[in-house]
Design a protein around this ligand. Structure first.
Ligand code: NAD
Length: 289
């Protein structure tokens, strides 16, 4: 297949490389001067999109996605697919889908979970929103870049699933960190705390798979000086998106709102963008209320 890939950063770079490695003809474009193995670099986004059967985008936010979509859609072939894998607001995902529709281009939002390791290893989880036709056309390529794909519904449903998942993650990470802070004060051994909670009703992915304290549980960023992993700034971005969506949809999400404020305070007070589990230090110091 002829594939365009726009946004070749930490995630997009390895994803595009995996498509090329699988034998597809990939034309890439990024504002930054990057070279990706197997990917032919185009001079502009429009050039990368021209003649492509499918164009992937992996960009920082919805505003940039809207601009890139407006730029490339007039150059795309009719009945080609625009597949956005960035994490963006639901409204932007739906707006881009409508723009694509106006150009007889199919659109799908397919944000990912799995981070840079998943992108490099081709083991991402994709949550997709769009028509069945767009999904069917995109799925064989998502299967190269990922291990699991769920078709969540119409346009925007992939982004909705992504921010709901990450709102749970942000809240449960803070709850897990708070419990360790309290356990420390109560003189409870951290390993014992893990042994109990990871097999009891307080268990979660944050506790069982990504334990926020060192030398307890499986290897996690806590064992590597809180090097991301999943950076706090990205968690903050996703929590803000969840609160924007909640406001637009009229949903009440007080714990999500509190988590967004806590990560905002943590990110603003930090010199380095540590893993999101490092918020445990700010909680222990009473810096996040
Ligand atoms: P990144 O900053 O490494 O990559 C973004 C790339 O887009 C950069 O290379 C930048 O130069 C390029 N870009 C920006 N504006 C552009 C434009 N107008 N035209 C062409 N290229 C442009 O970010 P990333 O970590 O690769 O994340 C990309 C997306 O994936 C984000 O939406 C992020 O929220 C999401 N995401 C990231 C992770 C992660 O662990 N890094 C995990 C899941 C989802």
């Amino acid at each position: 297949m002829n594939i365009g890939f726009i946004g070749l950063g930490n995630m997009g770079g390895p994803m595009a490389a995996n498509l090329a490695k699988a034998g597809h003809n990939v034309q890439g474009f990024d504002m930054a001067d990057v070279q990706i193995e197997g990917v032919v670099m185009a001079a502009t986004a429009a050039e990368a999109a021209q003649n492509a059967d499918i164009v992937f985008t992996m960009l920082p936010n919805g505003q940039i996605l809207r601009k890139v979509a407006a730029d490339i859609l007039p150059h795309m072939s009719q009945s080609a697919v625009l597949a956005d894998c960035s994490t963006v607001d639901v409204a932007s995902a739906r707006a881009v889908s409508e723009m694509a529709n106006d150009h007889q281009v199919l659109a799908i939002d397919a944000p990912v979970s799995g981070g840079i390791t998943g992108a490099a290893q081709g083991t991402l989880t994709f949550m997709a929103g769009g028509s069945q036709a767009a999904f069917d056309r995109t799925l064989p390529l998502l299967e190269i870049m990922g291990a699991k794909t769920v078709h969540c519904g119409e346009s925007g449903a992939g982004q909705a699933a992504k921010i709901c998942n990450n709102m749970i993650l942000g809240v449960s990470m803070i709850a897990t960190c708070e419990a360790f802070v309290l356990a420390d004060k109560l003189g409870l051994d951290r390993q014992k705390m893990f042994d109990v909670v990871s097999t009891s009703s307080g268990q979660s992915w944050a506790m069982n798979s990504y334990c926020p304290v060192p030398d307890v549980g499986p290897q996690s960023p806590a064992d590597n000086n809180y090097t991301p992993g999943f950076a706090s700034s990205l968690m903050l971005k996703d929590l803000k998106l969840s609160q924007q969506a909640a406001a637009e949809a009229g949903a009440t999400t007080p714990m999500g709102a509190h988590a967004a404020t806590a990560y905002q305070e943590f990110v603003e007070a930090s010199d380095t963008d540590l893993d999101f589990s490092a918020i445990i230090h700010a909680l222990a110091a009473g810096e996040v209320k």
